[in-house]
Design a protein around this ligand. Structure first.
Ligand SMILES: Nc1ncnc2c1ncn2[C@@H]1O[C@H](COP(=O)(O)OP(=O)(O)OP(=O)(O)O)[C@@H](O)[C@H]1O
Ligand SMILES: Cc1ncc(CO)c(N)n1
Length: 268
């Protein structure tokens, strides 16, 4: 027998019953990267490829207990946060994260899904902004989240850049404004800003409607790559490549937007 000690990443996120986004996407992404995936569930969504029909939150203390159980025994090299849903959960997670030293944090400020479902309570956005965003090694807003966080509308690449700069001012070490919510060529472009460098991460747009969970997959892949020791920019570049491959092999299941193909090499 050969002992194997893989890097460990933690996802703090919601469950997607349809298996395309949330914890389910994150754990598949960690496994693909040969990183051991651990999880702290924040809420359970009744969800499929067409949308969300119900959300049940966990108690904040239950979320914190999961984080502590993982951190105090197994230890983690990186984490990501996804759907945190409400203000008490965000505050509890922020308090817990300030106790976890030397962990690189990917904060995906999940607010609105591509199908238009609201995934955070109205009053919680301010708490996310003040408590969680300053803890981010990499922050990954989509178009709509970037508009809310920057207070400006985003239509062009220049808008993406000014929004990323404004959001960087909230305290994140690096910001990636994701382009999936645009029409046309911008759909394949993400804009990175770390306080010094503006970098365009470019792929050609993949012509598919089956894009459910791309955002969760990107942030989980960044966290996996950080756990493997890569720099934040390299981790993000590789994560974008991974999402693009997975989009090229997305799954045609359900009546709405199917999920990406996380294990694309064995889908061929
Ligand atoms: N059709 C596409 N072609 C190429 N890249 C895409 C496409 N759609 C999304 N992406 C990429 O997927 C990643 C996630 O971005 P997106 O804007 O879709 O996030 P999101 O809205 O948070 O996703 P979701 O809510 O569906 O999980 C980004 O790197 C983005 O560029
Ligand atoms: C549980 C969950 N987290 C995140 C998203 C964002 O896509 C979603 N649709 N569902």
């Amino acid at each position: 027998m050969v002992a194997h000690t893989p890097p460990v990443a933690l996802t703090i996120a919601g469950s997607d019953s349809g298996g395309g986004a949330g914890i389910q996407a994150d754990l598949r992404t960690f496994s693909f990267h040969r990183v051991h995936g651990t999880s702290a569930l924040t809420c359970v969504t009744a969800q499929n490829t067409q949308g969300v029909t119900r959300v049940d939150a966990l108690e904040p203390a239950a979320v914190v207990a999961q984080i502590e159980a993982v951190v105090n025994d197994i230890g983690i090299q990186s984490l990501k946060t996804g759907m945190l849903l409400n203000q008490p959960i965000i505050e509890a997670v922020a308090d817990a994260l300030t106790q976890v030293a030397n962990t690189r944090c990917v904060i995906d400020p999940v607010m609105v899904s591509r199908t238009g479902a609201q995934l955070i309570d109205d009053g919680a956005i301010e708490t996310l902004r003040q408590r969680l965003i300053p803890l981010a090694t990499v922050l990954t807003p989509n178009r709509y989240e970037a508009e809310i966080l920057s207070g400006q509308s985003i239509h062009t690449l220049d808008d993406m850049e000014t929004a990323a700069q404004a959001i960087h001012g909230l305290g994140a070490q690096a910001v990636v404004v994701k382009g999936g919510g645009f029409e046309g060529p911008l759909r394949g472009i993400d804009l990175w800003y770390d306080g010094t460098n503006v970098t365009k991460l470019v792929t050609t747009c993949v012509e598919t409607n089956d894009t459910h969970g791309t955002g969760c997959t990107l942030s989980a892949a960044i966290a996996a790559n950080l756990a493997l020791g890569q720099s934040p920019l390299d981790a993000t570049r590789r994560a974008k490549d991974y999402v693009t491959h997975a989009l090229h092999h997305s799954l045609r299941i359900g009546q709405g937007q199917g999920p990406v193909g996380h294990f694309y090499p064995i889908l061929e």
